[in-house]
Design a protein around this ligand. Sequence first.
Ligand SMILES: *[C@@H]1O[C@H](CO)[C@@H](O)[C@H](O)[C@H]1NC(C)=O
Ligand SMILES: *[C@@H]1O[C@H](CO)[C@@H](O)[C@H](O)[C@H]1NC(C)=O
Ligand SMILES: *[C@@H]1O[C@H](CO)[C@@H](O)[C@H](O)[C@H]1NC(C)=O
Ligand SMILES: *[C@@H]1O[C@H](CO)[C@@H](O)[C@H](O)[C@H]1NC(C)=O
Length: 416
Amino acid sequence: MQVMAFSPTGLLSLVVFMVLVVEPHPAYSSSRGGWFGRNQGAATPLVNGICAASVTIHGYKCEEHQVKTQDGYILNMQRIPEGRIGGNSSGNKKQPVLIQHGVLVDGMTWLLNSPQQNLPMILAENGFDVWLANTRGTRFCRHHVSLQPSQSEFWDWSWDELVSYDLPAVFDFVFNHTAQKIHYIGHSLGTLIGLASFSEGHQEDQLKSAAFLSPVAYLTHMKTALGAVAARAFVGEITTLFGVAEFNPKGQQASIFLKALCNYPGVDCYDLVTAITGKNCCLNASTVDLFLQNEPQSTATKNMVHLAQTVRDGVIAKYNYGRPDYNLMHYGEARPPIYNISNIPKDLPIFISYGGQDALSDVEDVGQLLDNLKYHDVNKLSIQYIKDYAHADFIMGVNAKDIVYNQVVSFFKNQQ
Ligand SMILES: *[C@@H]1O[C@H](CO)[C@@H](O)[C@H](O)[C@H]1NC(C)=O
Ligand SMILES: *[C@@H]1O[C@H](CO)[C@@H](O)[C@H](O)[C@H]1NC(C)=O
Ligand SMILES: *[C@@H]1O[C@H](CO)[C@@H](O)[C@H](O)[C@H]1NC(C)=O
Ligand SMILES: *[C@@H]1O[C@H](CO)[C@@H](O)[C@H](O)[C@H]1NC(C)=O
């Protein structure tokens, strides 16, 4: 279930998965007017927020915060300041950890497993001060100083803006509150924006180390039929359907779009679950249910197009306006500028964990990313390969604590 995937194929995978899990037959009839039958509409009402819904009910303290980006978006963050027993980990000041989710989901995906199994609570129990970021456009981040989500201007952004505005805003906010350097954790798109941002030298003074789970940077090896078709469609046809606007995966247009893709010659959505998403080894059915009640969430169509460009072009570059003169207008160059991953400071402690079954963070693409990091200080780069893991196992795997999170915890503790 590659739901938290950041890519068009991820979205489709989710749909396919959902169809299989919730409505085994027929493969994609959708008579109820949407592919996500249970939850229509962009924002699932969950009035009391993520803290109340998923954290305090387990006996943890949790604070809701509002963070304003320089371009006017009001983002919502959660903070779990300590473990359940309080505990001031040997009197030391707790180190902040900032956790960034992927595309089409929000911070709640980290909290769906039990307190003993989920990453934020495990970090809190280990003496960290945990901050969950939520990306603009997701259900608690649909406010702006002057724009409304109903206006297309509200959705005029791609992951470039997550790099230039969202990340700096949340980093500044956490840094101001804690006066300490921050450990960063990203999953999926959360890794891409982290890598892009750190390669540009942003956050250098605020960043202590970075853990990238299911790292996404290069995407060329997503070469299944549906992947290719979806990327092509997103670059081309999709804007006719959506315009520069909200991409609501639960909406009517998304449903039409996905049906059209599934009718492409050579694309069999029924078979694609495993072929595209990779086979997650270790998900809990009740957690998946909970997931489907809360996700997927909206993003900007332009963001999806930008991701499709990344699949198509094989480079990690800024949004391509599609015409040399438009690019010239925006960047002063005919081609969009590249994010050069090799420019990430060589002494930044980095932990990378990737899965052998992960079709979105393909092993070959991760190889290319690692090649970009080949001059990184050897003792600052830890790499973990998990043969059986696919994309969603990293956030919801029932054994992720033993396999991944404990490694993340010791990696962070080694930086102290
Ligand atoms: C936390 O630290 C304070 C001051 O150092 C101390 O008085 C208190 O007992 C500690 N609490 C716990 C639970 O360790
Ligand atoms: C952080 O603190 C600096 C300096 O006091 C201030 O300029 C900045 O606006 C603050 N940022 C946030 C997000 O609170
Ligand atoms: C799966 O989730 C349910 C509900 O949270 C829980 O009771 C069960 O113990 C979980 N199973 C595993 C293997 O973690
Ligand atoms: C990226 O930067 C490295 C040095 O940090 C340089 O050797 C390489 O040529 C650059 N790549 C691109 C595509 O600009």
